[in-house]
Design a protein around this ligand. Structure first.
Ligand SMILES: [Zn+2]
Ligand SMILES: [Zn+2]
Ligand SMILES: [Zn+2]
Ligand SMILES: [Zn+2]
Length: 367
């Protein structure tokens, strides 16, 4: 069977148990009675479970490539933090043309700097990467000047968590990278190491489409995942907006990587910002819904100073989140001054996108 995630195996054994120990001899595999997904998803899953593990069938290559389960089990974090997809609610499936990817893919006209332009620190001891002498931390804003360590994390029971004083800010995070002389034990490689929490993409039962929940308890300051997608130019972004049936809907999937735009007097290339489009290619975090009272926030994260223009978008928990809770973030990150003005105009209000988050402090509209 090859690479089958633990979750997939659990799902099948559960279904076998549900069916009871029928003694009929079967020559064809029975359809998988997976209770937490709808009929079409069940059929797609059936194909995956019985056919996609066989490498000796090249004619299935295209089908495997398009299979969401094949895509998510190819992630390097698949064993440690598997992704599952469930829909016991309606007939909707994830869009067929959607592709799960682990890293951003550059689109036309986007050129990432060559590896030779990247540089790292020369820290000999891995614990040195917590202190100001580490080259990777040279641009950090130090919020607590009394603290000897300057990196943004704190170690708790072997894990690194974003410190309290950063959770409420928009400060960028600087981490070590592959060119650094420190090793895997470096405490400043949290985002680089990737997702550690199993996530579940699920169909919401209150008309908010898909959502994402964590399947384990999450601690305040814990890294959840990055937002990945196609890296596209401003021109391409404008074109995609216009092509999209509802341009406001398109905005849900678009992020402008503009964190360092203000530094463009020092580095003119930063003025020319790049966008991330997660509509067609992305990771599970693409399905995270908006809330006016969110439990996650996005931080700009830089692994190399030459990559500021392509900085990562990293989700961190801003509160403790119990297992099986829906994860949310604020799509406009609390910037609601313009919104309050626009809401007052009844003509404009008709054009605005309603917010469905049901939070007590809900602003009523997204934009
Ligand atoms: Zn598959
Ligand atoms: Zn390091
Ligand atoms: Zn270092
Ligand atoms: Zn470093």
């Amino acid at each position: 069977m090859g690479k089958v995630t633990r979750q997939v195996q659990e799902a099948s054994s559960k279904s076998a148990a549900a069916k009871g120990s029928s003694s009929k001899s079967v020559t064809v595999p029975p359809p998988l009675a997976v209770p937490h997904i709808n009929i079409e998803m069940r059929e797609r899953f059936h194909r995956h479970f019985y056919f996609h593990g066989k490498d000796n069938q090249p004619e299935l290559e295209a089908e495997r490539k398009a299979c969401h389960w094949c895509q998510i089990i190819s992630f390097t974090t698949a064993k440690l933090a598997p992704i599952s997809i469930v829909n016991p609610v309606d007939d909707e499936c994830l869009p067929k043309d959607f592709v799960f990817i682990q890293h951003c893919v550059p689109g036309e006209g986007i050129y990432l700097p060559d590896a030779e332009f990247l540089s790292g620190c020369d820290c000999k001891k891995t614990s040195s990467c917590k202190y100001a002498k580490c080259h990777c931390l040279q641009d950090m804003t130090i919020l607590d000047k009394r603290r000897p360590e300057v990196y943004v994390y704190k170690s708790v029971n072997g894990g690194e968590y974003l410190r309290e004083e950063y959770l409420d800010t928009r400060e960028p995070i600087y981490e070590c990278n592959s060119k650094c002389s420190c090793d895997d034990g470096c405490p400043n490689r949290v985002v680089e190491k990737g997702r550690t929490v199993p996530l579940q993409v699920f169909r919401t039962s209150d008309n908010r489409g898909w959502g994402v929940r964590c399947l384990r308890d999450v601690k305040k300051g814990q890294f959840i995942d990055r937002y990945v997608g196609e890296l596209i130019t401003t021109e391409e972004t404008e074109m995609r907006r216009q092509q999209s049936v509802i341009s406001q809907k398109k905005d849900v999937y678009l992020f402008e990587l503009d964190k360092f735009k203000g530094d463009s007097d020092r580095d003119p290339s930063l003025a020319n910002t790049v966008f991330v489009d997660g509509e067609f290619k992305s990771g599970p975090s693409r399905f995270i819904n908006h809330s006016c009272d969110p439990n996650l926030r996005i931080f700009a994260r830089v692994s190399d100073h030459a990559l500021k223009r392509f900085h990562d978008l990293a989700f961190f928990a801003i509160k403790d989140i119990p297992a099986n809770t829906e994860l949310t973030f604020d799509y406009v990150d609390g910037e609601d001054e313009k919104l309050e003005e626009e809401k007052k105009d009844p003509g404009h209000r008709k054009e605005m996108t309603r917010c469905l988050c049901k939070a007590k402090n809900c602003r009523g509209y997204l934009w």
